[in-house]
Design a protein around this ligand. Structure first.
Ligand code: CTP
Ligand code: MG
Length: 229
């Protein structure tokens, strides 16, 4: 089986609220998506990287991506939700003969620029022989409060065994596509679709640098993380 990365990058970044989609916001001199692409590209076992853009994306072509050419496949088939973008990307890779049913697909958010080769290799090492697949995640650090409708604390939730999901999330191509095609509405990651089929994805330790850039304040943190590297 091959290891194939798929980067959904068809969102608009509404919560960050910039004129340009957030995957193109500049971080240490490169568009955000460059950083995850770079880590995936430099992971030797990953032989191909699909990037899913919005059909009307006007930013991708403003940059030179040629250094990634030997692994890169750009697809303008993004949908209305992340799940749709991933589904369309998988279908497109399959139609072009670029993936086979048993290949491992590593789906990674364009908006997680702090991904490292070390984390990717940990995921590959821990899951390559797994029955189901799984995802990077980190144990929750904060105390959790359940609110009532009035923003008062109804109760404190036990934090034990709660993890924050990250990406990459890694599943076999056929299993993932089938799970996504039958997934409930409103899912926000790939593992949820697999969970809905009754399977139990494995959690692999991620790290805090691999957080998702979602709000404006996250940009400064991401820049610090990338300066460190
Ligand atoms: N994504 C996608 N297609 C969509 C929505 C999201 O490919 N229709 C991608 C985003 O580009 C991002 C990843 O999924 O890389 C995670 O989504 P999120 O952080 O929610 O990004 P946006 O949807 O762009 O941001 P927002 O929800 O704030 O609008
Ligand atoms: Mg979104």
């Amino acid at each position: 089986a091959n290891f194939i990365a798929l980067i959904p990058a068809a969102g608009t970044g509404s919560r960050i609220g910039e004129a340009v989609p957030k995957q193109y916001l500049s971080l240490v001199g490169k568009p955000m998506i460059y950083h995850a692409l770079h880590a995936l590209y430099h992971t030797v076992r990953i032989t191909r990287i699909g990037v899913v853009l919005a059909p009307d994306d006007a930013d991708w072509e403003r940059y030179d991506w040629s250094r990634f050419d030997d692994k890169l496949m750009v697809m303008r088939c993004g949908g209305a939700t992340r799940a749709e973008s991933v589904t369309n990307g998988l279908r497109s890779l399959r139609v072009s003969g670029s993936i086979h049913d048993q290949d491992w697909i590593l789906v990674h958010d364009a908006a997680r620029p702090g991904l490292s080769v070390t984390l990717i290799e940990r995921l590959l090492d821990q899951l390559a022989e797994d029955e189901v697949g799984g995802l990077l995640a980190i144990p929750l650090a904060d105390t959790l409060k359940r609110a009532n409708s009035d923003n008062r604390v109804a109760r404190t939730e036990p934090r034990e065994r709660l993890w924050q999901a990250q990406t990459p999330q890694m599943f076999r191509a056929a299993l993932l596509l089938n799970a996504l095609q039958n997934a409930p509405e409103g899912i926000t990651d790939d593992a949820s679709a697999v969970e809905a089929t009754g399977r139990l994805p494995r959690l692999v330790m991620g790290d805090a640098y691999n957080f998702k850039v979602t709000y404006p304040q996250d940009m400064a943190l991401a820049a610090l993380v990338l300066q460190e590297k």
